[in-house]
Structure formats: structure tokens, C-alpha cells
Ligand binder design. Structure first.
Ligand SMILES: O=C(O)CCC(=O)C(=O)O
Ligand SMILES: [Fe+2]
Length: 216
């Protein structure tokens, strides 16, 4: 398999030429399989996509039920994919909207880069530093026992945090995810780690994140 080879090569050599053909770099993390390509999309492409998706996606601010209270999520969201890719999390039910040409094109490229098939994408729009996502793992039953999640970021650089679950001997870490970056979380990452996108007091512009998923 492509990624297994990439890992082998990364361990065997650190030749610069390799990274031009194997752009996903393995981030060494215990009980995880985390890969990053900081330059997956060219800056001009990222900028154009951010503008197009921000303007054309049917963004919603949905509420989650927490301790019997309805709380609006601190971000805007949308769900696109194959008709059968229905999804439930935090008590919210998602019916996918169809792929748009832009999303379908991104899907193909993300699939090619990751060697993984996806049938849906969750889009999150963080309007400014007050928008965020709390600690969680993407481990809903619909995602299967060993999910691979591909996360594409556009717009403002925000710090993505990872922390080990209790019993995992590792330190938390923060990753700045720049515009155009692709982060691949392969199994067993969701099983042993949680992640979050914290608020920031820094003045930041909007950030759009797409997580490609297989929902069964
Ligand atoms: O915005 C991000 O980078 C994280 C999004 C995320 O964790 C999710 O959609 O499950
Ligand atoms: Fe997540």
C-alpha cells in the first residue's frame, strides 16, 4: 500500500527529492498515525476555494443538546456526500447535500493523495477566533472501527490540538494548520487520541475546514 511504502521510505532515507513525490510526512506520535502535507494546495488555489465555498455552501449554525439545553455550535457547518452517507453526532442528524463540482474535485485529489476512499465531507467554517470545536474523537459508530479522516484547511492558520486519552503515555501537542494543508488521521489515531480547535484571542480571519470521511 502507498502509505506503508511512504512510511518505510521516510524511515529509510530523508532525501529531499522524496518529499516532492511523497508529500505526506509522518508525524511521529505514539499509538497514532498522523500525516501532514503543509502545501497540499497552492496558495492561489486555496484562496479561490475559500472564497467559492464560503459564498456557495449552504452554511447552517446548528444547535446541540447539552445537559437538556439547546446550545448553538460556535461555528457554521454543512454536510455533503453520497445520498447513503447519513450521519449522527452529538444528537444531530445529517442528511448529505450532493457533491458540488468543487467538492468532487477536491474529493478526487484527497483520495489520490491518501490512497483512501471517502463518501462524504463535513465542512466547518470558523468565522473568527471565537469560533471553535471542543475536545472529541471522530469515533461515531457510522465511521467504523478504524476510520481514516482527511482534513483540509483553508484560510486563517489556527492551532489544532491533540491530546492522548487516559492510559496513553504521550504528551499533548499543537499543530498550526496553514491554508492549503492536508492532515491525515489514520487508525488508530481516533482510538487513542482526541483533538480540538480552541478559540483564540488573536485577531484571525475566517478558516474553513473540510473533513473527508467514510460513513457506512
Ligand atoms: O477544524 C478542524 O481542524 C477540526 C475539525 C474536526 O475535528 C471535525 O470536523 O471533526
Ligand atoms: Fe474531529
Amino acid at each position: 500500500m502507498k502509505l506503508a511504502h511512504a512510511l518505510q521510505y521516510n524511515l529509510a532515507t530523508s532525501s529531499a527529492a522524496l518529499y516532492t513525490t511523497m508529500p505526506l510526512v509522518c508525524l511521529p506520535l505514539p499509538q497514532a498515525s498522523l500525516w501532514l502535507d503543509a502545501d497540499f494546495l497552492a496558495p492561489a488555489e486555496s484562496e479561490a476555494l475559500l472564497a467559492e465555498l464560503t459564498a456557495t455552501v449552504a452554511w447552517e449554525q446548528r444547535s446541540i443538546r447539552l445537559y437538556g439545553k439547546e446550545l448553538p455550535q460556535p461555528r457554521l457547518t454543512a454536510w455533503h456526500g453520497e445520498p447513503e452517507a447519513r450521519y449522527t453526532y452529538s444528537g444531530l442528524h445529517w442528511e448529505p447535500r450532493p457533491w458540488t463540482p468543487a467538492l468532487q474535485q477536491l474529493l478526487r485529489r484527497v483520495q489520490a493523495a491518501s490512497g483512501t476512499q471517502f463518501n462524504s465531507v463535513l465542512l466547518n467554517l470558523y468565522r473568527d477566533g471565537r469560533d471553535s470545536m471542543g475536545w472529541h474523537a471522530d469515533d461515531e459508530p457510522e465511521l467504523g472501527a478504524a476510520p481514516t479522516i482527511a482534513s483540509l484547511s483553508l484560510g486563517a492558520t489556527r492551532r489544532f490540538r491533540l491530546r492522548p486519552r487516559p492510559g496513553v503515555a504521550a504528551e499533548p501537542l499543537g499543530l498550526d494548520l496553514p491554508s492549503g494543508s492536508l492532515l491525515l488521521m489514520r487508525p488508530p489515531t481516533q482510538q487513542f487520541w482526541q483533538h480540538a480547535l480552541p478559540k483564540t484571542a488573536r485577531p484571525v480571519g475566517p478558516r474553513l475546514n473540510l473533513t473527508f470521511r467514510w460513513v457506512g
